[in-house]
Write a protein that binds this ligand. Structure first.
Ligand code: CU
Length: 199
């Protein structure tokens, strides 16, 4: 390699690093997504959710989820991000989003004939907090660093996308050493919303 090739090589590498740094900063901040929440069986249940990604000073990506849903029974309802962008029927949203290396990530569900083994609740990447419904209006705001909107291992926009599920009952944040106790993560599914990126 002669000296002029070497210097071209260095310039190219420097330019590439600058481009990568620039795109990482721009892509990580201000990304948004939304979901339209609809009742699984009851059309009177409707709502919406927004997701906003931000990056901390240390470079940790966080996503703030804000959800408002009308038509649910008063009280607390479990909310999780489930692993498939599909709501028809609500069971097609699959188990809790949990792209970890350990497998066995499905939660139990009212529709499971044989309850799935699921020892990772409430530490699935898609586990959120309860939506609290008062006088028919449910609200929830939660910031999580377990998922991202930007590309990567924890991205909600993986091959099959992701959805919110709002459950009939409260999430007791049950943490068990063996298979999940049926219903402790909220039981049946009341509402669902496919998470879509905001262009
Ligand atoms: Cu769930």
């Amino acid at each position: 390699m002669n000296s002029s090739t070497q210097s071209i090589g260095r310039i190219s590498v420097t330019a590439l690093v600058l481009v990568l740094m620039g795109s990482a900063t721009a892509a990580a901040d201000g990304l948004r997504a939304t979901a339209e929440i609809k009742g699984c069986a009851n059309p009177a249940i409707t709502g919406s959710a927004t997701l906003t990604e931000q990056t901390t000073a240390e470079g940790v990506k966080e996503v703030t989820v804000e959800m408002k849903v009308g038509g649910l029974t008063d009280g607390k309802h479990a909310v999780h991000i489930h692993e498939v962008a599909s709501c028809e029927p609500c069971g097609s949203a699959g188990g809790h989003f949990d792209p970890g290396p350990f497998g066995q990530s499905r939660p139990d569900s009212a529709t499971d004939e044989v309850p799935a083994k699921d020892i990772n609740h409430p530490y699935h990447m898609g586990d959120l907090v309860n939506l609290e419904v008062k006088n028919g209006v449910g609200t929830m705001k939660h910031t999580t660093n377990r998922v991202t909107l930007s590309p990567g291992r924890l991205s909600l926009f993986d091959e099959n996308g992701s959805s919110f599920i709002v459950h009939t009952n409260v999430d007791t944040y049950c943490d068990q050493e063996s298979d999940l106790k049926k219903g402790c993560a909220g039981g049946a599914r009341d509402a669902c919303g496919i998470i879509r990126p905001v262009p």
